[in-house]
Design a protein around this ligand. Structure first.
Ligand SMILES: Nc1ncnc2c1ncn2[C@@H]1O[C@H](COP(=O)(O)OP(=O)(O)OP(=O)(O)O)[C@@H](O)[C@H]1O
Length: 296
């Protein structure tokens, strides 16, 4: 299987503090991958390392087998839309399409203009006067016009209303399905991801918490509800991700390795959103409370 992006023990620190640590992952070609994690978990840092904006302090990241930092040839294959969709605000969308043609080897101006027309973007209005959602559409059209083999998007839908978000993700999926581009997009809006992404990377406190194909991850987890459980082994359960208890009842989110046949447990499938939340919830809440000197 071809891996577009490979990270091995990748780390980045600011001063003494690691923003990303021991990050090892493989992103297979042709996937639309979601990069999720709480604020400050290292998503932007990982994307910046992948697009060569930053140099690793530990380990390595490779894109199409190349190290992206200060590597112009590798960067020609990567499209990147940064968190705040920075665009030259005094230029019109049409100016930006023309400029893109001057600085990119492979540039599909017709693709950009078609997408901008479909999104209803006026060609001759300075982009600084467009709405946040319209600017996001301009940034996506420009990134796709580069015909990248890997597209990295940092919270592309954060500024969009629910309808615009759905349209943006549909148009993204349509755009990359045609071209076979691999996508890694960070987002906090988990409900959208199950529809649009087929691969998942969950970061927590700078480390990879969970990664793999969405179908495999969903198939390997269940919610179990049963009488209060003391933490001993449960047949069919490989690992408990999160346990919640009342006086009489326990609710487990578990990774399973076979059928849970004990009739004491009622077994439910989980949505991707609930599963991700369970992983994030199982994280280092205790460490955060200790840092603030308050009880968890
Ligand atoms: N320029 C910087 N200088 C110092 N620390 C930084 C810098 N950029 C990021 N950090 C720290 O690195 C960690 C990871 O930040 P990063 O922006 O990668 O997280 P994120 O997951 O993208 O967060 P968010 O969801 O809030 O955008 C955080 O603890 C952050 O405070």
């Amino acid at each position: 299987m071809e891996h577009v992006l490979e990270a091995d023990g990748l780390g980045k620190r600011y001063g003494a503090r690691w923003a990303l640590r021991d990050c090892t992952l493989r992103l297979p070609a042709g996937r639309i991958a979601a990069l999720v994690g709480p604020n400050g978990s290292g998503k932007t840092t990982l994307l910046h390392l992948a697009v060569g904006l930053q140099r690793p302090d530990a380990g390595a990241v490779r894109v199409f087998g190349e190290t992206p930092y200060e590597n112009t040839a590798a960067l020609a294959e990567i499209g990147f839309v940064a968190q705040d969709t920075p665009l030259y605000r005094d230029f019109t969308a049409d100016d930006l399409v023309i400029m893109g043609g001057k600085v990119n080897r492979r540039w599909d101006a017709t693709l950009a203009r078609t997408r901008l027309a479909q999104a209803g973007i006026p060609p001759r209005t300075p982009v600084g006067k467009l709405s946040g959602g319209q600017r996001a559409q301009v940034a996506l059209a420009l990134a796709l016009a580069k015909r990248p083999r890997l597209l990295l998007l940092d919270e592309p839908v954060a500024s969009l209303d629910p309808l615009a978000r759905r349209e943006f993700l549909q148009s993204l999926m349509g755009g990359v399905a045609e071209s076979g581009t691999t996508v890694l997009l960070s987002s906090h809006i988990l409900a959208d991801l199950e529809r649009s992404c087929d691969y998942l990377v969950v970061l927590q406190a700078g480390r990879v918490h969970l990664t793999g194909a969405v179908d495999d991850i969903v198939a390997a987890h269940r919610q179990l509800v049963g009488p209060r459980h003391d933490g001993g082994p449960v047949g069919g359960v490989a690992a408990v991700v999160r346990a919640r208890h009342t006086d009489r009842q326990s609710t487990l989110v578990a990774r399973v390795d076979g059928p849970v046949s004990d009739p004491a447990w009622t077994v439910h499938e989980l949505s991707l959103e609930d599963l991700i939340l369970a992983y994030l919830d199982s994280g280092d809440a205790r460490a955060n409370h200790e840092a603030w000197g308050v009880p968890a």
